[in-house]
Ligand binder design. Structure first.
Ligand code: ZN
Length: 404
């Protein structure tokens, strides 16, 4: 592990690793639930040390990791496939398209990466209980990692989370508290809980290591492309923390002198859950008015990491795109049919963003290297696609009844 300090993304003050836990103590005073987080901390490593020690023929990923190996949970997280999608690429006017299939993590989503690192941190500091608010995936991820590590997961989740995700949390042995209201209500309640009653809060971006955990997906994309930087990565955004995590991966690589340029980060949001998109387009933040999208994982009124997400897009020459639920479900079906990757609606939102972008005036050129980050497995929410497809009726088992 390379040494690191925390630096506040708002005021720039640096803190030693164990001097702070969540937000910058100075800027965090301006934070109140209901606005995007202020004073989000960024882990900054000894990049000169990483640059001189990293050898791509024998990559040592521990150099980029903020928790020592001896504290890490036994569950195997990450290392998901980067799937080439030549059939779909051809339809989109591209020669080189990949899907990073993070639905193949143990609990079925990219959130395992963040939960893994926060649980490792809990083990390091001797904290037994880890608390989170989640739209579903982060909670099932936390429940799974805690199950592997003798830690207790306490989860506040909107009561309308998809049943498969609620089932996962309970089955993994978490204490689950369904909350009447939205994800934003659950988020606030979880902050109140850890402030008053203790435990380590895993809320996304509130605990800085959630961003570090999600970063590993970006590092893997780089390595899996033969240590090349893709031209563009399409990423769906709810809270904006995955976007920030992928940004952090490539910023770390650049600071270490291992890459020269950053990939364009393309933020994709649902039309009804578009606070980050509007922030990028106008420069002025306002909450999403009525986040009712079927892509439950990205259904957020007030994105916790809106500031960093916006910076990720602007700094990389990326774009932000919104897509309708119809476009999301269409892209979900197309991705499954033409690539073999079945992503949940939030994962398909990123794909829908690419489809829309390629039909527009700024379409990426044929030779561009393009990655879709598929953040969760399609089996997590089968009700959404079931509303659009027909399963054929059963026949009597006689060959004459099988129509060509
Ligand atoms: Zn600060």
């Amino acid at each position: 592990m390379a040494p690191f300090t925390y630096r506040c993304t708002d005021c720039g003050i640096r803190y030693a690793r164990d001097e702070v836990r969540y937000l910058c103590p100075v800027c965090g005073r301006r934070y109140r639930p209901g606005i995007p987080l202020v004073g989000v901390l960024e882990a900054q490593f000894d990049y000169a040390a990483i640059g001189s020690a990293f050898d791509s023929s024998r990559p040592d990923w521990d150099l980029f990791c903020a928790v020592e190996p001896e504290f890490r949970p036994p569950l195997q997280v990450g290392g998901t496939p980067l799937v080439p999608a030549p059939r779909w690429a051809a339809e989109l006017g591209l020669d080189r398209l990949w899907i990073k299939n993070d639905g193949l993590n143990p609990s079925g989503s990219l959130k395992d990466r963040a939960s893994f690192l926060v649980v490792a941190e809990a083990i390091r500091i001797g904290e037994k209980r880890i608390v989170a608010a989640s739209t579903g995936n982060a909670a099932s991820a936390l429940a799974a990692v805690c199950a592997s590590s003798d830690r207790e997961a306490l989860i506040f989740v909107p009561e309308k989370a998809p049943r498969a995700k609620l089932l996962q949390m309970v089955l993994y042995g978490a204490k689950v508290v369904p909350v009447k209201g939205t994800y934003d209500d659950a988020f606030r309640l979880s902050l109140d809980y850890t402030a008053e009653r203790g435990g380590l809060n895993r809320n996304t971006a509130y605990h800085p290591l959630t961003i570090e955990g999600k970063k590993t997906a970006g590092l893997e994309i780089w390595a899996q492309l033969g240590f090349q930087v893709p031209d563009a990565i399409f990423i769906s955004a709810g809270d904006g923390v995955i976007l920030a995590g992928i940004h952090k991966a490539f910023v770390d690589l650049q600071r270490a002198g291992l890459i020269a340029t950053l990939p364009r980060l393309m933020c994709v949001q649902a039309e009804t859950s578009d606070a980050i998109h509007n922030f990028i387009q106008t420069g002025t933040y306002s909450d999403a008015r009525n986040p009712t999208t079927r892509a439950d994982s990205i259904s957020v009124t007030c994105p916790s990491n809106a500031h960093w997400a916006r910076r990720s897009v602007l700094e990389t020459g990326g774009r932000s795109i919104t897509v309708s639920d119809g476009e999301i479900l269409e892209a979900q079906a197309t991705m499954a049919r033409l690539s073999g990757v079945f992503g949940e609606p939030a994962a398909a939102a990123a794909a829908a963003g690419l489809v829309k972008f390629q039909a527009g005036p700024e379409a990426l050129p044929r030779e561009a290297m393009v990655v879709i980050l598929a953040t969760g497995h399609g089996l997590k929410d089968i009700d959404a696609p079931l509303s659009r497809i027909q399963i054929p009726a059963a026949i009597e088992p006689m060959l004459g009844n099988v129509q060509e």
